[in-house]
Design a protein around this ligand. Structure first.
Ligand code: GDP
Length: 300
């Protein structure tokens, strides 16, 4: 059976430290606010969002709006939901784009390739004709991984030999998907930030050549972020935004060892839509981001 958000998120530092804090029926005082602020910052919520959340609770506490810790917790819940509700925007594929082109970007190891597989399956199950482009030409293993996956799931994968030009692979894929009248093209890209200028140039070139076939393509640039990387996620968003522009985020690996709070930091910093979150390795662990389910999964 599909696991609940709470089951998946309960191991996070966020859930554990707030659980501990509120289970001992704390007194409503400055100490509690300080501890709460520390817990939020430690759970990757970020300094700015954490201090702002706690400051608003402090004001309400001083106005004696809370009779007990449960009421303060309820106010925190509302504030956390309000912070991420605006970024809980599902990916909507306008059907006039045929194919709708999704470019997947992100640093190696974040879960980009597996996310591509999960997305392809999701949309295939919804009845769409999907094609993949193996645009991470830098890693032969990534190309092989996509091809194997495509064969197993009967999804066509366009690739060229390793070391080939990513823009050319993705250009060919878009031409082919167009001629076959497919609904969705998902293109992988390299994620090697250590040669940052190279990556920026490559992503820029991909955008330019896609534009020659369809001026609106890519229709979505999905940046995949590893939910365990903490505040480094902020830097990754900045860099990829500068390199190619980002229209949506996927935050993976929120199960397990994640601290849990990075989405709040991302919401505060960028306000970019979070399309999907990864709550585990299996297909149905890639969920559309649900602000209320997420916050309720983290709170005691
Ligand atoms: P890539 O280098 O970005 O293409 O990363 P991969 O797609 O190869 O994924 C790296 C590892 O992360 C794999 O073992 C995936 O199964 C794992 N992974 C991806 N998403 C999630 C997730 O949401 N939760 C967990 N626990 N593991 C994930």
């Amino acid at each position: 059976a599909r696991r609940s958000w709470r089951e998946r998120l309960s191991g996070s530092a966020f859930a554990r430290s707030l659980g501990t804090l509120f289970s001992r029926k704390p007194k409503l005082d400055e100490d509690l606010l300080e501890e709460l602020e520390t817990a939020l910052i430690t759970a990757d919520v970020g300094i700015s969002a954490s201090t702002e959340l706690v400051e608003s609770l402090r004001k309400r506490l001083n106005r004696r709006e809370f009779a007990d810790a449960d009421q303060l917790l309820a106010a925190l819940r509302q504030a956390l939901i309000a912070l991420v509700q605006p970024i809980a925007q599902p990916l909507v594929m306008a059907t006039q784009h045929k194919p709708f082109v999704v470019l997947m970007v992100g640093v190696n190891g974040v879960g980009k390739t597996t996310t591509i597989g999960k997305l392809a399956r999701r949309y295939q199950q919804q009845g769409l004709d999907v094609m993949l482009a193996a645009g991470d030409t830098f890693r032969a293993a990534a190309v092989e991984q996509l091809k194997t996956w495509g064969e197993r799931n009967r999804v066509p994968v366009v690739s060229q030999g390793s070391g080939s030009d990513a823009a050319s692979v993705i250009f060919d894929a878009l031409q082919s998907a167009r001629s076959k009248n497919l609904d969705l093209l998902i293109a992988d890209t390299a994620g090697r930030l250590h040669t940052q200028t190279g990556l920026m140039d490559e992503l820029g070139k991909i955008r330019r050549v896609l534009g020659k076939i369809d001026a609106g393509a890519p229709h979505e640039v999905l940046l995949v972020i590893d939910g365990t990387t903490g505040q480094n996620a902020i830097n990754q968003v900045r860099q990829f935004r500068a390199a190619i522009g980002v229209t949506g985020l996927v935050v993976t690996k929120l199960d397990g060892t994640a601290k849990g709070g990075v989405i709040f930091a991302l919401a505060k910093e960028f306000g970019l839509p979070v399309r999907f979150v990864g709550l585990g390795e299996s297909l149905d662990d890639l969920r559309e981001f649900d602000a209320t389910a997420f916050v309720d999964g983290l709170l005691p």
